[in-house]
Design a protein around this ligand. Structure first.
Ligand code: AQP
Length: 327
């Protein structure tokens, strides 16, 4: 079975974007791949996090993985920080990386733009991401557009290590999902829906109560027309809402366009809200059950134990090849 690795940062409340773009694919992949799905808390601290919020969001993300259908019997679910090898291999790979290649990372440029003091963690984070992937010798990494450059760096670092110290790492491939779109922000369709956006009206959180979802969708920005038509160039906002509708209802864009022909945005948005609520309500119910049971702590412990068995061996092999005196 091919190995798949992915993770989500506990840097805010998970959004419908994380669900459609990442978690739905995780659920599919777990059936015929060896999967490692982490909560990447070491990545989240590359920007300042409130400690209490970080702890709460970490538990919430792990619980939402399970509530969304990731089965701990099929996939390894764990906190990145519970497997120490990530930080250790991250450092070893940082020493193989060059300033120039890290400076070229567009996510670093975006996240540091206009800031007076820029954290070093934000700068070297792609080497940690490379470690996350290489530590399990993952074959496939589900990535959005914004992460393709980081995966390219991972491939370069794997190749550099292999040529310096002998073939060891699998050079991973990006996994481009069959389904899964980029969900855009509700207030600005030129930006992706993001959990760390300071405007909560810009995203639908997976744990938003139904009335909040209804309000956010009714207030979502649209153009001044009334035709429900998929046209990302001229109608980016309506196209984004159509795409969300399509993913949540399992209908094609054409079917939805036909359904709302001549009806204007009001009826479309009202139904869209109910479609989204019908996806979120059962997920929220499972979330509450898992949270109340306290079961997530066992799931995370077992996931970390299984992951560490692989990760510890990789770190040992890498250190041996690099010339460390082993204990
Ligand atoms: N809007 C989105 N549409 C589709 N996929 C998305 N993902 C995130 N937002 C969307 C996918 O979710 C996974 C995990 O993302 P992450 O939390 O590690 O970091 P991110 O991509 O930076 O997500 P956010 O929500 O924008 O986080 P913040 O605001 O903290 O930076 C990835 O697979 C991503 O593609």
């Amino acid at each position: 079975m091919k190995k798949v690795l992915s993770g989500i940062q506990p840097s805010g409340q998970l959004t419908l974007g994380n669900y459609i773009g990442a978690m739905q694919n995780f659920v599919k992949l777990q059936n015929d791949h060896e999967c490692y799905f982490m909560v990447v808390d070491l990545h989240a601290i590359t920007v300042p996090q409130d400690p209490a919020a970080l702890r709460e969001q970490s538990e919430a993300v792990a619980t939402l993985y399970v509530a969304a259908g990731i089965d701990p019997a099929k996939a390894n679910i764990f906190m990145q920080s519970h497997v120490r090898g990530h930080a250790e291999l991250g450092w070893l790979l940082t020493t193989l990386s060059y300033m120039g290649e890290l400076e070229r990372m567009t996510q670093f440029k975006d996240k540091s733009a206009g800031k007076e003091s820029i954290g070093t963690g934000l700068f070297v984070y792609p080497a940690l991401m490379a470690a996350d992937i290489l530590i399990y010798n993952a074959d496939l990494v589900p990535v959005g557009d914004d992460q393709k450059q980081h995966l390219e760096l991972t491939r370069d670092l794997a190749g550099r290590f292999n040529s310096r110290y002998g073939d060891y790492f699998t050079v991973p491939e990006p996994y481009i999902p069959k389904i899964g779109a980029r969900v855009m922000s509700l207030d600005d369709a030129s930006k992706k829906m993001s959990k760390s956006n300071p405007n909560p009206g810009s995203f639908i959180a997976l744990l938003d109560p139904p009335d909040v979802v209804r309000k956010k969708i009714s207030r979502a920005t649209t153009d001044s027309g009334r035709e429900v038509k998929f046209d990302p160039a001229d109608k980016p906002e309506v196209s984004n809402l159509l795409s969300i509708y399509s993913h949540c209802a399992g209908l094609s864009i054409e079917q939805i366009e036909a359904k709302y022909e001549g009806q204007g945005y009001g009826a479309f948005k009202k139904d869209l809200a109910e479609v989204v609520v019908s996806v979120l309500e059962p997920l929220q119910q499972r979330y509450r059950e898992i949270r109340e049971s306290g079961e997530i702590h066992n799931i995370l412990r077992q996931g970390a134990e299984r992951a560490a068995a692989v990760a510890d061996q990789t770190v040992r092999d890498v250190k041996e090849r690099m010339g460390f005196l082993l204990p």
